[in-house]
Ligand binder design. Structure first.
Ligand SMILES: [Zn+2]
Ligand SMILES: [Zn+2]
Length: 216
C-alpha cells in the first residue's frame, strides 16, 4: 500500500482571516504554499520552522489575485526563491493595487509578477505532491482550485466555502460563472473530497452538494 507522506499545515493570517496552506512532502522535504496572505504575526515563526526543518519551498500558488491572498508573495518569494504561479486572467491583479482591491482596504499591496501563468489543466508536482489546477472563474476571472487526488482534498480559494460561495459583487466577478464553476468542476469530484477554503472552516464536497443554500 502506498503511504501518503504529505502534511497540510493550515494557518489563518491577516485582517480578513485568510487561510494559508502549506503542503509538505515529508519524503523529500519539498513544499508549496497556497496563498501566503498577509505576512504579519504568524510568518516569522513559519519562516523559522521552514529553515530549521530544511524545507524547500518550490512554489507559491495564488488561488486568485485579491490582496488578502497575495500580499505576502513578495516577502515569501524573497526568502524562499519559490516559483510564483497564478492563473493568467488574474496576472494584472498582482502588480496593481486597484485591481487587487488593496486600495479599497486602505492598503497598497503589490506582488512580484508571476513566474508561471497557469491556464487550468496543469499538474503541479512537488515531491510526492501532485496538484491538478482547475480553472474555476466567477469570484475573479482567474480563480483556480487545486485538487490533490491522493489526499482527497481540494483547495478552493474564494470559490466555495462551508455553507457559502465567493462574493460576486466585485469588479470582474460573475455569479453565473461562479455557480457553473462549482457545479461543473467542483461537484464533479467525489463526495468525500475535503474542501479547504480560502476563509473559514473546511467542509466536504458531499456536504456542500447536499446543503449549501447557494447551490440547492
Ligand atoms: Zn477573493
Ligand atoms: Zn479572500
Amino acid at each position: 500500500m502506498e503511504v501518503i507522506v504529505i502534511k497540510i499545515i493550515s494557518i489563518v493570517v491577516g485582517p480578513l482571516q485568510t487561510n494559508c496552506y502549506i503542503l509538505v512532502c515529508e519524503e523529500t522535504s519539498e513544499a508549496l504554499i497556497i496563498d501566503p496572505g498577509f505576512t504579519d504575526r504568524e510568518w516569522p515563526k513559519i519562516f523559522n520552522n521552514i529553515k530549521r526543518s530544511k524545507i524547500q519551498i518550490a512554489y507559491i500558488i495564488n488561488t486568485h489575485g485579491h490582496a488578502d491572498h497575495i500580499s505576502g508573495n513578495l516577502r515569501v518569494k524573497d526568502i524562499t526563491h519559490a516559483t510564483l504561479a497564478v492563473h493568467y486572467r488574474d496576472v494584472d491583479m498582482l502588480t496593481n493595487p486597484i485591481k487587487n482591491l488593496s486600495l479599497m482596504l486602505g492598503l497598497n499591496v503589490t506582488s512580484p509578477p508571476p513566474d508561471l501563468a497557469l491556464r487550468g489543466g496543469e499538474e503541479i508536482e512537488v515531491g510526492s505532491i501532485r496538484l491538478k489546477v482547475l480553472h474555476t472563474p466567477g469570484h475573479t476571472p482567474g480563480s483556480i482550485s487545486l485538487y490533490c487526488e491522493s489526499l482527497g482534498a481540494i483547495f478552493t480559494g474564494d470559490v466555495l466555502f462551508a455553507g457559502s460561495v465567493g462574493r460576486t459583487d466585485l469588479p470582474g466577478s460573475s455569479y453565473r460563472d461562479l455557480i457553473s464553476s462549482i457545479r461543473m468542476k467542483l461537484f464533479a469530484l467525489p463526495d468525500e473530497t475535503i474542501v479547504y477554503p480560502g476563509h473559514g472552516e473546511r467542509t466536504t464536497i458531499g456536504v456542500e452538494r447536499r446543503s449549501n443554500p447557494f447551490l440547492l
